[in-house]
Design a protein around this ligand. Structure first.
Ligand SMILES: Nc1ncnc2c1ncn2[C@@H]1O[C@H](COP(=O)(O)OP(=O)(O)OP(=O)(O)O)[C@@H](O)[C@H]1O
Ligand SMILES: [Mg+2]
Length: 314
């Protein structure tokens, strides 16, 4: 007599990270609660196998088959060659039809603050005037002109840094310390936001705001990593939410953390958009369970394999 054996093939998710920590654990738990197995993988341990034998990408922990989806929680730093290679792995997975969240294009566009500013401006969204250039003399001349027109300048590392390495230049003497980031100057006009420094972090998934907070800095830097205090916010500020959603749309991302500041005239302006945002601080003041919302959205892209039915002899 034949009997059927139904094997529920478990969908496998790769969480790319070198430091799973709080966020990795929350994601893993959210995936598991939805019946999906996941494991942490470092992009440094992946490989391109371009010899025509087997899959062109190998990922530790996925010897039998490639993952059904890849959630990117971190890309390690490194040389230009190393980072290019890590992005190649993500691009390659997407080309093989595997959902990558956020995908390498979105990450490239936002890790680089110059391209983020470019895309926001192209989309006609409010964002402070910014300049990206490699010549120190020209950078100094630009900054000087801004100051003569009554503005202050912020210089930032081109790549995201959780508030590290940013400098505020308030007067011409400050420009002696104008810092480059590996040969590139990223300058942005400083936005005055009133007595108590604060900005807004808005978390958008699939074009919809799911959580937001006010961040109050101990200095002009409002990053949580720099000691910024998180304050809860309702999601009824439609101007703020729709600006964040438009920013995410203009860059083409599945989800993002958008940093928005309100200027002295009361107008919102987008400072930057994060494609691999942390949400621990935001979670501490939000009712929505952000890891669950991310898992639901991401897993909707990952096709669950149909149960395999095998005929076996008794
Ligand atoms: N143009 C500006 N005017 C006023 N404050 C600014 C400006 N740019 C940045 N800031 C302050 O500095 C903080 C950090 O800036 P930004 O978000 O651009 O870089 P980052 O947080 O270091 O980058 P990432 O989030 O990618 O790690 C902002 O949250 C804001 O408080
Ligand atoms: Mg930021």
């Amino acid at each position: 007599m034949l009997k059927t054996l139904v094997e529920n093939a478990v969908t496998q998710i790769a969480i790319f990270t070198d430091d799973p920590g709080w966020h990795g654990a929350r994601l893993k738990r959210a995936f598991a609660a939805r019946g999906f197995h996941s494991c942490y993988v470092s992009l440094t341990a992946c490989r391109l196998n371009l010899d025509g034998n087997g899959p062109p990408i190998s990922i530790p922990g996925f010897a039998e088959s490639l993952p059904d989806g890849a959630f990117v929680r971190g890309i390690p730093g490194g040389s230009l060659e190393q980072v290019t290679f890590y992005l190649d792995i993500l691009h390659g997975l997407k080309l093989l039809g595997i959902p990558v969240y956020n995908d390498a294009h979105a990450i490239e566009r936002t890790v680089d603050k110059g391209m983020t500013s470019f895309l926001l401006r192209q989309a006609g969204l409010p964002t402070p005037p910014a300049w990206v250039l490699s010549n120190r003399e020209d950078a100094l001349a630009l900054a000087k002109r801004e100051m003569e027109n009554g503005h202050q300048i912020v210089s930032k590392p081109l790549f995201g840094s959780q508030g590290e390495g940013l400098q505020r230049h308030q007067n011409l003497q400050d420009l002696d310390y104008l810092a480059e980031s590996n040969g590139i100057f990223y300058l942005q006009r400083f936005v005055h936001c009133g007595q108590q420094s604060h900005d807004f972090r808005v978390f958008v998934i699939r074009d919809k705001t799911v959580a937001a907070m006010r961040r109050c800095g101990q200095s002009w830097l409002n990053n949580v990593a720099q000691g910024g205090r998180c304050e809860p916010m309702r999601l009824d500020d439609l101007l703020l939410c729709s600006l964040a959603e438009d920013a995410v749309k203009s860059i083409g991302m599945a989800y993002a953390g958008v940093d928005i500041i309100r200027d002295a005239q009361g107008c919102y302006t987008v400072i930057e958009v994060n494609s691999v945002p942390a949400w621990k601080g935001l979670q501490s003041v939000s009712k929505a369970i952000i890891a669950d919302l991310l898992a639901d959205d991401f897993l909707s892209l990952c096709a669950s394999p149909a149960p395999q039915i095998q005929a076996v002899s008794p």
